[in-house]
Design a protein around this ligand. Structure first.
Ligand code: YRO
Length: 310
């Protein structure tokens, strides 16, 4: 059973890969992804300057999910520009994720990272805007202006990582922004923002930064991820490739993402919890799901969520 897939003309040997942020900051982590069964190597979102990130504890896994407020720890874009040629030697696509702290940062990084020729560049729109304003992705006009400025600077396919939206009006507005901005694929979704996990025994939050507020990931966000994949798949009429991210813990979760419209899926929380061996388990489980249902390929099920009869 072939689990390979194509996104924006780029062929992936399997549909499973790491979610940006999960085990993908350092050269060693990125090489471990290269040696693993992951279908691509996705970098941690990079910033112009290297960052150590927030104080620990800044990630916490619990039954059903995770919460994080990492604060963008990364090596800085110059280091990733140097690493990309080495990463390409693993013979699978390299996705470079960029996250500016202001609009100009995205442009600076896009120019230089493009020269290193990753297979795809992904713009993480979950980035701080002006303090006191919501993240860029929650401002459609700012999102459109940024994407339209980045697009002409790069020659490889451009993807956009979006946070979850919770209202059909927001899906509709952002789908139009995406349609007008030269976007080649979507990655849905980033973590569900600003949750709070409490340790009742200690009477504290479980992570230290931001008073314990952080992005939620893992199984508990799967329905939110599937809804966003489905909403954008429909609004963009099945013409926009989608990477589904959120709640992929078993093969069947990947199958659900594909039914909603995903061409590939990313694994964040479960990768952090299990390590790179998670990819071979997920491949085996997805193959079993497809065989059980008599499916010949992933493509056959893509977007084919059926309506309830009645
Ligand atoms: O804290 C992070 O580095 C982080 N965590 C996530 O779950 N998603 C992200 O996109 C990021 C980086 C961006 C930001 C949340 C720090 C603005």
């Amino acid at each position: 059973m072939d689990l390979s897939t194509t996104i924006a003309g780029v062929k992936f040997p399997t549909c499973f890969m790491n979610a940006s942020g999960a085990l993908c900051v350092t050269r060693e982590e990125l090489f471990a992804l290269g040696r693993s069964r992951a279908g691509a190597i996705v970098t941690k979102s990079m910033t112009v300057e290297p960052r150590v990130g927030n104080p620990e504890p800044r990630y916490y896994g619990f039954p059903g999910g995770s919460i994080n407020s990492m604060g963008l720890p990364n090596l800085g874009y110059r280091a990733y520009a140097e690493l990309i040629p080495d990463l390409k030697q693993f013979g699978k696509p390299v996705i470079a994720s960029i996250a500016g702290l202001c609009e100009e940062d995205f442009l600076t990084m896009a120019r230089v990272i493009n020269q290193a020729l990753p297979d795809l560049i992904e713009v993480n729109l979950s980035c701080p805007n002006i303090p006191g304003k919501p993240q860029i992705a929650y401002d459609p006009a700012d999102s459109e202006r940024l994407l339209k400025r980045v697009r002409p600077l790069i020659t490889v396919p451009m993807g956009v990582k979006l946070p979850p939206y919770f209202d059909p009006a927001h899906h509709a507005v952002m789908a139009e922004v995406i349609r007008r901005s030269g976007v080649d694929y979507l990655n849905l979704i980033n973590s569900v923002g600003n949750g709070l996990v409490v340790d009742p025994k200690r009477e504290t939050p479980v992570i230290k930064p931001k008073g314990g507020f952080g992005g939620l990931g893992g199984s508990l966000i799967k329905p939110v991820a599937l809804a966003n994949v489905r909403a954008f798949w429909k609004l963009l009429e099945g013409h926009m490739p989608i990477i589904g991210t959120g709640g992929v813990a078993r093969g069947v979760d990947a199958f659900e993402h594909v039914l909603c419209g995903a061409s590939a899926v990313q694994v964040g929380t479960l990768l952090v919890e299990e390590g790179v061996a998670v990819f071979e388990r997920l491949e085996r489980e997805l193959r079993e799901e497809l065989v059980k249902r008599g499916k010949q390929s992933l493509e056959e099920s893509r977007g084919k969520l059926r309506e309830l009869p009645g």
